[in-house]
Design a protein around this ligand. Sequence first.
Ligand code: ASP
Length: 304
Amino acid sequence: MRSTRQFGRLGLPAIVIHGGAGTFPDLSEEESALLLEALGTAREAGWEVLERGGSAYDAVVEAVASLEDSGRFNAGRGAVPTDDGAVEFDAGVMDAATGAVGALCAATYPANPVRAARAVAAVGGVPDGPVLLAGAGADDFCAKAGLEAMRPQWLTKGAGRAGPPSALSKEGTVGAVAVDRGGQVAAATSTGGRSGQRRGRVGDSPIPGAGVLAHRCGVAVSATGAGEAFLVAGFSHRVAWERQAGRPLHEAVEAALSAVGELGGTGGAVALSDAGEFVASFTTPAMARAWRGEGAREAYLLPG
Ligand code: ASP
């Protein structure tokens, strides 16, 4: 399967983010510029954390929260509606340094699903859980944890809502991977799912080992694309396994994308190693992506 890939070494610390894989059809020049601006703002939010010596975990949460708040991607304020006009959020976080892992899916409550996933991680994790909270239970947890609630007027899509700014991308699941000065990696992914999806449908995005992973072997992954194929392929685990088998990171991502392709799915991912090697790869026509390391600062929408 044909893929576009960019890879290399960013060193420590570093952050790589994405704003979804797809086609980004009919975007005007101005709209493309707005998407790139929102990507840049999120990347810098994560980079600031890393630059002042903060953790990769804090960096990925801040970067993804910024993408959610921008309203320009399919996550948080810009999340796309389900077939009956509801807006449901899925998000997952993972921190290799502490083993923290948390996620929620089909939730409607949180203003920042990524912060809610982190709150789940703070009270749960492996082996005793919870790792993943769904639907009404997730909403109840968020309310009791005192997390900020999403306000209907903040949503840029769904149920006839039209708050500013407009969500430019219905493909734009968002995610981030980071490595901090201490060589620890973390990952976060957040989405509104697939546009018009059946209510209650959940894809790969919040699932550790599928759409999000920070593995203690020193690899962090955040995926985007045809969620069912990424889920069934165990996408992010596959990247970690290939890596542990000694393959270079870009080959590990490629092998995992091939497994998704064998299931009929397309999409992409960003990945980082604890040595500061990065990959941004996709089998769709485009993927919004940006990264920063010492001496490198880039953002792209199209193959580039
Ligand atoms: N993977 C997401 C999902 O299936 C969608 C996407 O990344 O575009 O929910």
